[in-house]
Structures are given as C-alpha cells and as structure tokens.
Design a protein around this ligand. Structure first.
Ligand SMILES: [Zn+2]
Length: 379
C-alpha cells in the first residue's frame, strides 16, 4: 500500500505530549489461518494462494489480535498491540479502548460439519471467563459460497427442555434437537449468545462477531484427530448458557435499499455490531462517522479506495480498517474487473453502532419503515 501523507491529524495534548500526528488512511489487515478437523484442503478461489494445502484449514481470521497491518501508520504491527495505542481519530470517540478490539471477522471453510456449540453472553463471560477475556459472543454469518443442500443448525426446537437436551447429548443425538436452516450464497443468519448452533458442510461463511474466542462444545460426533484424540467438550457450561423455550435470531430477512447505483442490504444491528452489504458497479462516495471506525470486507471485485489525494488498491478476501476520522472517501470499482451482469464490487461493512435509535433513524431516512427495520434491529 502507498504511504499515506495527506491526512495528518494533530491531536490535542492529552498526556502532556506537545503535539503528535497520526496519519489517517484505510489500512488492510493480513489474515491468519487456523487448522480445524472440519476444514478444507483448499481455500481457493477465495484465497487463490491457499489451494492444495498440507493440512485442513477451517478459519481465516481477518481481524484477530495476531493479524498484522499491511500498511498505514501501524504497518507490520499486530492488531492486538496496535489497538490500545490508537488515538480516537482511528478508533472512534465512543470506542472502549481499554477493552480488546471489539469485532472479530473470520471466513469459515467447512468441508465437514462443525461441533454443536454455544457461546456465553457478556454477563456470563464476565463472571466465569475473566481469564479468557470475559467477553461473550453474539455472531452473524453471511454465506459467501454454498454447495447445494448446505445448511446450518440454529436454535432448539420449541419442545426441547434442559432434560431432553441432556439426554440427547448422552445419546449422541444433540443435532436432532436443533432447527435446520438451508443456506444459499447471499443468505445471513443472526446467532445471539446463548443460541445452540452448528455449521454444516459445504459452506464458505463470513462470520462477524464480538471479539471473543469462548466456545462451549456439547457434541463433536465422536470425532478423533490423527492421534486418536477427541476435542474437549464443555457440557456443563453449555447447559448453563443455552437458551431453551422461545428462540431468538435465525435466518435473517434483510432490509434492502436500492438508491442510484448502489444496493445496500441491512442484515443485523445489535449493541455489538451492525452489518450490511454494499453492491455497486460505479464509484461511490461515502464518509465515516467520528464515533466509530468501520471495517470493509471485500467479497467480490477489484478497484481503488480513494481519500483526499491518496488512493490504494483493494481486491476480494481483503479486510480494511477505515479510521473513524477519515471523513469522506470513495470506493471505485475497476471498470473491467469482472465483465457481465455481476460486474462491480460487493463488500460487507461492519462497525460498532453508536446507538440503535440513531441506526433506526438512519434507515427511516432511507424510506425504511419501522416495521421493516425492526426485523434487523436486535436491541
Ligand atoms: Zn459460533
């Protein structure tokens, strides 16, 4: 990435330093890849350099603490180290910088199905998982690719009680207690903390979630690794946090707004993240909010990000952090990147919303009724 020189911000002297300056520019993060027993030997064509792998890779972490910045003022530094040192012009004025980076973006490559699992909420994680960061996990999945018949299982059938579920775990039939959700490319699923779930085979998902790695596995199909070892289960904690009775979340019925040459699809907004898809064929103009940084997750298309007099190139399977105080910027798809009706760029945009009332207000301004927006807002 080219050096960013145009946008120097002079910060007020907060801790007795005279003036410090910090360049503002979109900054790409390098992924880290994690082997998983259910993963794939090829992440192509999404990551073309990752086909023909020696081991099964299940997850590409795009904003993990160990992901390094590819450019910008934090080039070469890990996100987990850079975040606490970032000024509000980068993080946003409302960011809680004392906590770790708030958003975890991953791509999941499921060659086989994942274990049946659940994540705790913030309250439970604060009480029981301090050493693991103390943060719960609400998540959303966006299906990037899907083999025919692929599905996820999300939430429990209405008649499943704690007793029934315990028995099912003991019998090896926990999967039968979950609701089947067929997934096609472009579908999204909202999975609030406490929702039992698993991801089926044949999917490439983009996961947007609270930055937490706390998973309670209840059933792993008695799988063994190459050394004959089973993965650890956490049944007791899982049963503490699983929601029985009426379920929340599930497949998203998104809100779509078409305006000029851009289509915006709103999937979910909760206190932890808002997530939407932008699809466009021509250069668009947009602007950041000083209150929060945003992440652009490029799915398809190549082009340039342009701000001030600067520009840099983007491509698929890249995640860029856009600093909160960047202000106005443009995303310009290459004219000849992918000819045909599907030409142009599609990206997911995610950020920590300042306030859900304000979010709903923004949708209303785009002509979305309150009834419609209530489908995607999870207070
Ligand atoms: Zn999960």
């Amino acid at each position: 990435m080219r050096a960013c020189v145009a946008w120097n911000v002079f910060l007020a002297n907060r801790d007795d330093r005279s003036h410090s300056s910090m360049t503002l520019c979109p900054a790409r993060l390098e992924p880290t890849f994690s082997p998983r027993p259910w993963g794939s030997f090829s992440l192509g064509p999404f990551f073309p350099e990752m086909s023909k792998l020696a081991e099964q890779i299940g997850e590409a972490w795009m904003t993990g603490s160990d992901c390094r910045f590819a450019g910008g003022p934090f080039a070469g530094r890990k996100l987990g180290e850079a975040w606490p040192a970032m000024p509000p012009e980068w993080t946003g004025t409302l960011a809680k910088r004392a906590d770790s980076f708030p958003l975890l973006v991953k791509f999941i490559f499921s060659e086989d199905k994942l274990s049946v699992q659940v994540h705790p909420d913030d309250e439970y994680a604060t009480r029981h998982e301090r050493a693991a960061g103390g943060r719960g996990k609400t998540e959303m999945w966006y299906a990037v690719q899907s083999r025919p018949g692929a599905e996820v299982l999300v939430g429990l059938h209405a008649d499943i009680t704690l007793e029934k579920f315990k028995r099912a775990i003991a019998d090896g039939t926990a999967e039968d207690c979950l609701l089947h959700v067929p997934l096609r490319a472009g579908d999204a699923v909202f999975v609030p903390a406490g929702t039992a779930h698993t991801i089926g085979a044949g999917l490439v998902l983009c996961e947007i979630q609270q930055h937490s790695d706390i998973t309670y596995r209840v059933y792993d199909y008695n799988r063994r690794d190459a050394k004959g070892k089973a993965r650890e289960l956490h049944v007791e904690k899982a049963l503490d946090v699983i929601r029985f009775g009426p379920q929340k979340g599930g497949k998203v019925d998104p809100v779509r707004v078409r305006r000029d040459s851009i289509t915006k699809t709103y999937y979910a907004a909760c206190p932890y993240f808002a997530a939407e898809k932008w699809e466009f064929g021509n250069r668009i103009e947009t602007a950041t909010s000083p209150e929060h940084f945003e992440l652009l997750i490029f799915l398809e298309g190549r082009g340039t990000l342009q701000w001030g007099a600067e520009r840099t190139e983007y491509g698929p399977a890249q995640v860029w952090m856009i600093p909160a105080a960047l202000g106005e910027y443009h995303v310009a798809p290459d004219a000849d990147a992918s000819p045909g009706p599907a030409s142009g760029t599609s990206l997911l945009r995610t950020y920590v919303p300042s306030d859900l009332a304000e979010y709903s207000h923004q949708l209303r301004e785009q002509g979305v009724s309150e009834k419609e927006s209530s489908r995607v807002i999870h207070p």
